[in-house]
Design a protein around this ligand. Structure first.
Ligand SMILES: [Zn+2]
Length: 404
C-alpha cells in the first residue's frame, strides 16, 4: 500500500484501486492499494474526503491505521463496490491543510519553548479548530507572549520545512533531535524546519513556515503536577477561534449595565452586588422568621406544659424545614407540625418527650405516605390534605403527651 501523502502532502486528488471493503453498522471500511488519506496518528486526526467509483461514492469521515493497514471509514452512496474497482480520491482539503498548518505550527512552538525555557513537549493533539500541547513546567502569560512572538517571527521568516527519511539514524543527526527516538524500526521520518527544529515525526506538514500563517495561544492551565497544557491554533482556524472568544467577550460586556472594559472589573462589581443582595436577603429572612414565629406561637395549642404549633405551609420544603428547625430551637417546649400539598415537616424542641419519627410513622400508617427522620425532626409525604394531616398529627401528639 502506497502512502501518497508522504510523497506529496499537497496531493488533493489521486486514483487508486479498492483492495478490500467491509460494512460495520452504517459505515463502510475501505482499503486501497494507495492513498492520499492520512490516517489518524501522532496527534494529527485522520483525513476526510470522498472516494468516487462507477455508480458509487464513499463519503470518508475518518481514516485510521491498524497494524500497517489503512482504513477509510465513511458512508456509502450508491451500489456496493467490488474489490479491484478503480476509484478517484479527493481530500477535504480545508480539513487537511488546517491540520498541516497547525501541525507545523506545533513543531515551531515546541522548538521555541524548548530553546527559550527548556520546556519539553510531552503530548500533542489536534482537536480540529485548535490543538493542545503538554509541557513539563510552569507556564505564565509572560512566557506565552514571548514564545508566541518568537514563533511568529519564525513563521514570517519563510523557513523551508524539509522531510528526510532514514533507515538508520546518523549519529550526528540523532544528537540534534529535539525529541530522542528509540531504536528505528523500518523507516524514520525527520522533519527539519530551517535551523530552528529537527524532530522525528510521521505527520503531514506545510513546506514553508510562512504557510502556518499565525500561531496564537488561546489558553493554558496546569494539568497536573509538573504538567501544563497549552491550547493554541494556527492559520485560518485562528481567525475563527479568536472570533468565538471575542464575540463571547463582547457579548458579555454588552450585558453589563456599565459597558466599559475591562470585563473582569465589571464581573467583580456584579459579584459584589450579588453578595450584598444575599446579605440583605439573609437579614430579611431572619426578620420574617421572627414575625412568623411570633404569629404562630399566638395560635398554638397548649397541651399540658407544651405548645403545639400547626399550620399549612406554602414555602419550598428546604426553606420551611430551615424555619422549623430554627423555631423549635429558639422556643423551648414547642412542637411544630407543618404540612403542604407536597410534604410534611414535624419538628420538636429537644426537651419535648415526643419522637417526631414515631409521630410521622403513626400519621403515615393511618393516612398513608412515606418518609422518616429522627426524634427531633421528621419529614416526608403523607397521602391526605394538609388540614387532615395536621389534625391527625395533633391528635397523636395529644395522646402521647397525656399518656405520660
Ligand atoms: Zn510533525
Amino acid at each position: 500500500m502506497e502512502r501518497l501523502y508522504y510523497i506529496d502532502p499537497y496531493l488533493k486528488k489521486a486514483t487508486a484501486k479498492i483492495v478490500d471493503l467491509k460494512f460495520e453498522g452504517d459505515n463502510v471500511k475501505v482499503e486501497l492499494d494507495r492513498t492520499i488519506f492520512y490516517p489518524e496518528g501522532g496527534g494529527q486526526p485522520g483525513d476526510k474526503g470522498v472516494i468516487k467509483g462507477e455508480g458509487f461514492e464513499i463519503i470518508v469521515e475518518n481514516t485510521i491505521e491498524k497494524e500497517g493497514r489503512i482504513f477509510h471509514i465513511g458512508k456509502l452512496i450508491g451500489k456496493t463496490p467490488n474489490k479491484g474497482d478503480s476509484v478517484e480520491l479527493e481530500l477535504d482539503w480545508d480539513w487537511r491543510y488546517g491540520n498541516m498548518q497547525i501541525h507545523t505550527g506545533q513543531h515551531i512552538l515546541s522548538a521555541v519553548l524548548k530553546k527559550m525555557y527548556n520546556l519539553d513537549t510531552t503530548g500533542f493533539t489536534i482537536f480540529g479548530e485548535y490543538a493542545k500541547i503538554e509541557v513539563n513546567g510552569e507556564i505564565t502569560w509572560d512566557i506565552i507572549e514571548r514564545a508566541e512572538l518568537e514563533a511568529n517571527k519564525i513563521i514570517i521568516s519563510d523557513l523551508p520545512v524539509i522531510i528526510e527519511e532514514y533507515h538508520e539514524l546518523p549519529e550526528e543527526l540523532a544528537s540534534e533531535l529535539r525529541k530522542s527516538v528509540a531504536k528505528v524500526k523500518g523507516k524514520i521520518r525527520i522533519v527539519k524546519i530551517g535551523d530552528v527544529d529537527i524532530t522525528p515525526c510521521g505527520g503531514t506538514h506545510v513546506r514553508s513556515t510562512k504557510e502556518v500563517g499565525i500561531i496564537k495561544v488561546l489558553r493554558f492551565y496546569k494539568k497536573s503536577r509538573d504538567l501544563w497544557r497549552i491550547e493554541f491554533t494556527c492559520g485560518f482556524r485562528a481567525i475563527r477561534e479568536i472570533n468565538i472568544i471575542l464575540q463571547d467577550y463582547l457579548n458579555s460586556l454588552e450585558l453589563m449595565s456599565n459597558k466599559n472594559p475591562p470585563l473582569v472589573k465589571r464581573v467583580k462589581e456584579l459579584l459584589d452586588t450579588t453578595n450584598s443582595l444575599e446579605e440583605k436577603i439573609e437579614e430579611l429572612r431572619r426578620e420574617i422568621w421572627e414575625w412568623k414565629g411570633k404569629a404562630l406561637i399566638e395560635k398554638a395549642t397548649k397541651i399540658g406544659d407544651y405548645l403545639v404549633v400547626t399550620y399549612v405551609e406554602s414555602w419550598d420544603m428546604k426553606d420551611a424545614q430551615a424555619f422549623a428547625v430554627d423555631f423549635v430551637k429558639r422556643n423551648p417546649k414547642t412542637i411544630l407540625l407543618l404540612a403542604s400539598e407536597k410534604y410534611v415537616v414535624f419538628a420538636r424542641n429537644e426537651n419535648v418527650p415526643v419522637s417526631m419519627r414515631e409521630l410521622f410513622r403513626k400519621v403515615a400508617s393511618e393516612l398513608g405516605g412515606k418518609g422518616g427522620g429522627t426524634d427531633n425532626l421528621a419529614r416526608g409525604k403523607v397521602d391526605a390534605k394538609p388540614e387532615t394531616i395536621l389534625s391527625v398529627a395533633l391528635e397523636k401528639v395529644k395522646e402521647t403527651l397525656q399518656l405520660d
